[in-house]
Design a protein around this ligand. Structure first.
Ligand code: ZN
Ligand code: ZN
Length: 247
């Protein structure tokens, strides 16, 4: 019975591939795997490799030899509260031109390559989260946008990591956009924005937060504060891209 259903499934996929050949979600060039980028588009992103900070993933110039476990100045001085952060790529013109339509104009077909890149960014770390949690959106924004882009990224990551997807344990209050605020203003703006409404699901759990962009890290830090207060045993973060600031 399973063989029959597998056959039907593979036939239907073949039909879909025949009717709708796989195309790069960014430029439309033919690709072999649905949802993946063509080689040129893939090469246009500034993917973060090594060397990087072992804690927050901040990339260092390749020419610098910092030993096996390099730490950036922020992490060395205790400035990063999360247990670990990883980003797939740097926020630049290329990643911005993918993230903005993904977030604001319904380009949800980007979720596949973005989430795969985020899993790639986590490939060299030994974390086993119990829970994968997309950074919550305020209801007002969710109603306006129709979807939470972080949820689209988190779902395949939770599946790959065999972790529970949690979209309802934390609520977020609406706050005005943080667009051009500096690090201090962003931290003040986000303070008190999250509320853990199901602490029983959080207590003793290792949680991986998922978002599309990390700007100053203020959102992750505030979530870390409320989740730790609710008893989370570890809080990690992964994003598609991070804004690079001098450290
Ligand atoms: Zn392409
Ligand atoms: Zn660091």
């Amino acid at each position: 019975m399973r063989a029959v259903s597998n056959l039907i499934s593979s036939l239907s996929h073949s039909c879909i591939d025949f009717l709708f050949p796989s195309a790069c979600p960014i430029c439309g060039e033919p690709v072999s795997t649905h949802g993946e980028l063509c080689a040129d588009c893939w090469a246009s992103f500034n993917w973060i490799g090594n060397p990087k900070c072992v804690k927050c993933g901040y990339p260092f110039p390749a020419s610098i030899d910092l030993g096996d476990r390099p730490l950036c100045p922020t992490c060395a001085s205790g400035g990063c509260v999360l247990d670990l952060i990883r980003a797939a790529c740097v926020y630049d013109d290329v990643s911005r031109s993918a993230v903005l339509p993904f977030k604001h104009t319904g380009r949800i077909k980007y979720a596949k390559f973005m989430s795969r890149a985020m899993m790639w960014a986590l490939r060299d770390v030994d974390i086993r989260p119990d829970i994968v949690m997309p950074v919550p959106l305020a209801w007002r924004r969710l109603c306006h946008r129709g979807y939470n882009q972080a949820t689209l990224l988190a779902r395949p990551i939770a599946k790959a990591m065999n972790a529970v997807m949690d979209v309802d344990s934390v609520h977020r209050k609406y706050r005005p956009d943080m667009g051009h605020k500096n690090a201090k203003q962003r931290a003040e703006n986000i303070r008190g924005a999250f509320k853990v409404v199901h602490p029983n699901k959080i207590r003793g759990k290792k949680i991986l937060l998922v978002d599309d962009v990390m700007t100053t890290g203020a959102t992750f830090a505030e979530l870390h504060r409320v989740l730790t207060k609710a008893g989370a045993s570890a809080v990690y973060g992964v994003v598609f891209c991070r804004v690079m600031r001098a450290i």
